[in-house]
Design a protein around this ligand. Structure first.
Ligand code: SF4
Length: 101
């Protein structure tokens, strides 16, 4: 049977683990072929973007420079507000790109 002190200690440790875990730790990568990716012209490698179809793409633009991208420095994937259940590649790009200030 747990005493009060052990219960409080274990609860605090559990809460700390939950807070420390990245929000996107278990999300799958967004694939170029998925409907939501196709709708916005997303490519995991932005250089694969069809420039005729998406003239707002500029060489060198990538998710890691986008205002909607969230990741820790050095990570090659992160979350995007447009694709909340998936990870996008830092090297990716889609037509909703917004250069971070
Ligand atoms: S909105 Fe930005 S971060 Fe999200 S997929 Fe498009 S370019 Fe990448």
């Amino acid at each position: 049977m747990l005493n009060r002190r052990v219960f409080i200690r274990q609860t605090c440790i559990g809460a700390a683990v939950i807070v420390a875990a990245p929000a996107h730790a278990k999300a799958a990568m967004l694939e170029d072929s998925e409907a939501q990716a196709l709708a916005l012209g997303y490519h995991a490698d932005g250089r694969d973007t069809d420039k005729a179809k998406f003239p707002n793409y500029t060489d060198g633009d990538k998710c890691s420079d986008c205002a909607l991208f969230q990741a820790h420095v050095g990570e090659n994937a992160g979350s995007c507000k447009l694709f909340p259940d998936k990870l996008v590649a830092a090297s990716g790009w889609c037509s909703a790109y917004q250069m971070a200030i």
